[in-house]
Design a protein around this ligand. Structure first.
Ligand SMILES: [Zn+2]
Length: 405
C-alpha cells in the first residue's frame, strides 16, 4: 500500500484535539484512530503493537542487523479543531500542470501566485480537499509514512536496520500530548518526529518560548470626582502594551526574528489582564524580552503605586538545537537519506516548537522531518503523492544508517 492511500483512509477519522479538555487524549476520536492503527500494525506483523491508557500507540520493528542505538519514529494522530475537520472529501490532481487548481467546492483555488512552491510539483500528483475542510496531512501524512516504512521493512528483512520503535502520539496541536509521554515506554536512544512540511526539511532549530501574564489592579472612583484619584486598570493595560516595541510583533517579523505576541486581553476599571507569548531562537534575546516586560512593570508600578501591575512569566519550551547540536549525526544521517531519496536537504529555523523539541529535553534527541505536505491548518492543505513516497524512502534510508558498521 502506498503512503498516500493510507493518508486518504486516515482522513475518515475526525481526530481533532480540544484544548479546553483536561484529559489525555483530549478527545475520544483519537482513541478510535489509535485502536485502528494498532489493528493495522498487528496485521502488518508488529506483534507487540499496543495502545496505552493515554492514547499513545507503540510498536517495535525488531532489528535485522547488529545495532547500537534504538531509533524511534513519531507522528501525531490529532488535527486542529480551528478548521472544519469532518467529512473530508479528497481528490487527486494527476500530472499537475503547475497552474491554478480549482477545488471541488467551486470557489477555493490553490494557486502558485499564493504558494510559489507549487511550481516545484509540476508533473506530480497532488492530494487535495474539496476546499471545505482541512486534509489532516498534519500529521496523518507522517503516520502514513511511518506505517508504510514498517510495511516495507517487514516485507524486506534483507534491508539491514537496528531496533525501531514506532510511536503515534495524541494532542500535539494543543501542545499537551507529548508532556504525557513516558520515555521509558518509548525506550529509544534517538528519535525523529515526522511532522514537517516539504520533503527534504530536517528541523532542529525551534523557538525558545515563554508566556507572560500581566495583571493590573485599578482604583474605581465615581467618575464625577475621579480627578487625580482614579486608576483605570484597563487603561494602564493599554499603556503597558503601548510600551512594547511595535516592530517586534509577529505581524512584522520573519526568519530568525522573534516577537512579543498579545494573545488575550480583558479589562475594566478595577481589574485588567494581558496575556503574551514571547518567542526567539536566541535564548539571550528571549530573556531580554522578559526583562523588558519586567522594566515596563517596574515603571508602571512607580507611576501608579506598587502592586498596580503584576507580571508572571513562565517557560514554555526551549530551542532544541541545544540538544541536537551535540547529536548532530542525527541531522547528517537524515541529510544523507534525503539525498539518496532524490531530495535536497534544508533546515530552516522553525518559527514554533515541535513535539521533538520537548522530547529532546527529556533526553531523547529528536529532529523533525518533512512529510511532503503543505498549507497545514487550512482548507488549502495538500500532500504530494510522489513526495510522500520519497519521505518513506527517507525513513528507510535513516533506519539503514542505524546499524553497526
Ligand atoms: Zn503537526
Amino acid at each position: 500500500m502506498k503512503a498516500y492511500e493510507r493518508l486518504i483512509a486516515y482522513t475518515a477519522f475526525p481526530t481533532a484535539s480540544d484544548e479546553t479538555k483536561e484529559t489525555c487524549p483530549s478527545t475520544p476520536a483519537q482513541l478510535v484512530f489509535a485502536d485502528a492503527l494498532v489493528k493495522e500494525m498487528k496485521a502488518l506483523g508488529i506483534a507487540d503493537a499496543t495502545r496505552n491508557g493515554l492514547g499513545f500507540v507503540y510498536g517495535t520493528l525488531e532489528a535485522t542487523a547488529p545495532y547500537r542505538e534504538t531509533l524511534a519514529f513519531l507522528a501525531h494522530m490529532d488535527v486542529v479543531d480551528t478548521v472544519p475537520y469532518e467529512n473530508i472529501r479528497t481528490a487527486l490532481i494527476e500530472n499537475y500542470d503547475g497552474g491554478e487548481v480549482l477545488l471541488a467546492d467551486g470557489t477555493s483555488r490553490l494557486s502558485p501566485a499564493d504558494f510559489p512552491f507549487l511550481a516545484g510539483y509540476k508533473g506530480e500528483t497532488l492530494l487535495v480537499t474539496d476546499g471545505t475542510t482541512l486534509l489532516g496531512a498534519d500529521d496523518k501524512a507522517g503516520v502514513a509514512e511511518i506505517m508504510t516504512m514498517a510495511e516495507t521493512l517487514l516485507a524486506h528483512p534483507e534491508i539491514p536496520h537496528g531496533k525501531i520503535r514506532i510511536c503515534f502520539t495524541p494532542d500535539e496541536e494543543i501542545g499537551s500530548g507529548i508532556l504525557h509521554i513516558d520515555v521509558k515506554e518509548l525506550a529509544a536512544d534517538a528519535a525523529y518526529t515526522v511532522d514537517g512540511g516539504a520533503f527534504g526539511e530536517v528541523d532542529y532549530e525551534t523557538f525558545n518560548a515563554s508566556s507572560a501574564h500581566v495583571a493590573f489592579r485599578g482604583k474605581s472612583i465615581h467618575p464625577g470626582s475621579a480627578k487625580d484619584r482614579m486608576i483605570n486598570a484597563a487603561r494602564v493595560a493599554m499603556e503597558f502594551d503601548s510600551m512594547i516595541p511595535e516592530a517586534q510583533r509577529p505581524e512584522h517579523t520573519e526568519g530568525r526574528d522573534g516577537f512579543y505576541h498579545l494573545i488575550g486581553m480583558e479589562g475594566e476599571i478595577e481589574n485588567a489582564a494581558l496575556d503574551y507569548i514571547l518567542r526567539d531562537h536566541d535564548l539571550g534575546i528571549l530573556k531580554s524580552r522578559e526583562e523588558t516586560l519586567s522594566r515596563i512593570t517596574d515603571f508602571l508600578n512607580a507611576k501608579y503605586g506598587e502592586g498596580a501591575v503584576t507580571l508572571t512569566v513562565k517557560e514554555s519550551y526551549r530551542n532544541m538545537s541545544e540538544k541536537i547540536l551535540p547529536a548532530f549525526y542525527l541531522v547528517e544521517r537524515a541529510y544523507d537519506a534525503i539525498r539518496e531519496a532524490g531530495g535536497e536537504p534544508s533546515s530552516p529555523p522553525v518559527r514554533g516548537g515541535t513535539d521533538g523539541s520537548r522530547l529532546s529535553f527529556m533526553g531523547v534527541p529528536c529532529p523533525n522531518l518533512g512529510t511532503g505536505s503543505h498549507n497545514h491548518h487550512g482548507k488549502l492543505e495538500f500532500a504530494v503523492v510522489e513526495e510522500m513516497d520519497k519521505c518513506v524512502a527517507q525513513l528507510i534510508g535513516i533506519a539503514r544508517r542505524f546499524v553497526e558498521r
